[in-house]
Every structure is written in C-alpha cells, then in structure tokens.
Design a protein around this ligand. Structure first.
Ligand code: GLN
Length: 236
C-alpha cells in the first residue's frame, strides 16, 4: 500500500518519513497521472500560493479535484488545509486557486507571520479515542491558518482558545476588539469531513505519529480495527 504525498513544495519529505515510521510507503506526486497510482493523498505544509502556481503549471487542479470528489482520502496540513478549503480569506489572499471540497472558510496566516509561529499542547480527544497516547498533542503552528467557520458535515477535531496563544499577531482583528469575551474565543485548527482531513498545524514535524496513524485508518484498505498492523509512536 502506498500513500501519495503532493511534492510540489513544502514538507513532503517529512510526511514521507512519518509514514515510513509507521511502515507505510509514501510516494511523491508531481504529475496528474501519478494520482492514478495512489489511493490517498497528503498535501503538505509550505506556501499555498506557490503550491497553487506549481499545481497550475503542472496542470494538476482538474486531477486533484477529481481525486477529492471521488471520495479518496486526502489530508491537508497547514498550506494543504488552505488548498482543500472551499474559501480562503485573510491578509495576502490574492485570489489563489484552491482545490476545494472542504466546507469551511480558512483564514490564511491567522496567527501572524513567521516570527509569531508557536507550539502548543492541543487537546485531541477524538484522536486519543482512536489512537491512545497522551491527552494532548504538541502542535507546531508555522504562519498557520485557522478555520473560521465550518459547514454542517464537518467534524471539529481540535480548536484553540485565542487566549492560549501568547504570540497572536497584534494586528489581528479579533485582538483589537475591546470586549473581554473575545479572548475566550476559539478558532478551529483540525477538522474531518468524510474523506477529507485537515490540520492547521504540522504533525509531520513531530515524532508523534498519531495523526498519520489516524489518517491511515481513513483508507479503505486499512480501515478501522486494524491498529495492530500500524505501530503508533507517541514519543516526542
Ligand atoms: N501561511 C502559509 C500559506 O498561506 C502556510 C504556512 C504553512 O504551511 N506552514 O500558505
């Protein structure tokens, strides 16, 4: 069994290494015809406008959209989440092309620029229910997006209280609000909608493979109840 990893730009090598730690082969996908050789796809973090330009150059958008619409499992991390969203907003969103399919609005660079990148312990009850391990996940946010709203078929897997993020960009609209209840606000950072999984953070940059293991269980050839064949490492 092989998992495709979109390898136009960004952290595709890290995803392939994480899959390898679980005994699964990840193959680089750069051309439309290569999607025919894989039954699932990971879209890595990176820079979504660059990725979109490269996808356009390689004529990948029609094949990627078809892949999503056929119900094949696709997981987008960070820029990959933006790529999968039906709508992207926020600073520096210049009408970039999206694959779409994930019924949500994503705000690019929600937490600020590179220097406002951060790590946090994220409670992940649904993942723990399936994968075990510690109750939280050390989530790495790098120029990360956040999900501002979701459609009725979208399951929220993780959210983050804005008050927990010390390094939120001071320019951010929500922080400008005077109302103190605003600091209690949460934004969504991980979702599942049918065959689509999306995380605003980068599980491929940690040694904790629970998100990869969770994604593999979405694959029909693995499915639920086969955790014995996937050894989940939760060391960090
Ligand atoms: N901010 C980036 C973008 O808009 C995503 C960052 C990332 O993938 N780490 O594409």
């Amino acid at each position: 069994m092989v998992v495709g990893v979109l390898a136009l730009q960004g952290s595709f090598n890290e995803h392939i290494a994480a899959l390898k730690r679980l005994g699964v082969k990840g193959v680089e996908v750069r051309k439309p015809e290569q999607l025919q050789n894989v039954s699932s796809l990971i879209i890595p973090g990176g820079e979504s406008t660059t990725m979109a330009k490269l996808a356009e150059l390689h004529n990948l958008f029609p094949a990627l959209r078809e892949f999503v619409q056929l119900g094949k499992p696709v997981w987008g991390t960070c820029a990959g989440l933006i790529f999968l969203a039906n709508k992207a907003t926020g600073q520096k969103t210049g009408g970039q092309e999206l694959i779409g399919g994930l019924d949500c609005t994503v705000h690019r660079n929600f937490f600020g620029s590179q220097i406002q990148s951060f790590e946090t312990e994220l409670p992940i009850p649904q993942i723990v229910a399936k994968e075990g391990g510690p109750p939280s996940f050390r989530a790495v946010f790098i120029r990360a997006p956040a999900i501002l709203d979701v459609g009725p078929d979208v399951e929220v897997l993780a959210d983050i209280p804005l008050s927990a993020v010390e390094t939120i960009n001071s320019n951010h609209a929500i922080q400008k609000e005077e109302d103190s209840t605003e600091s209690q606000k949460k934004v969504i950072v991980a979702v599942k909608q049918g065959n689509l999984l999306a995380t605003a953070f980068h599980p491929e940059l940690t040694a904790d493979t629970r998100w990869h293991s969770y994604f593999l269980k979405m694959l029909p050839e693995i499915g639920e109840g086969t955790s014995a064949i996937i050894s989940t490492s939760t060391t960090d």
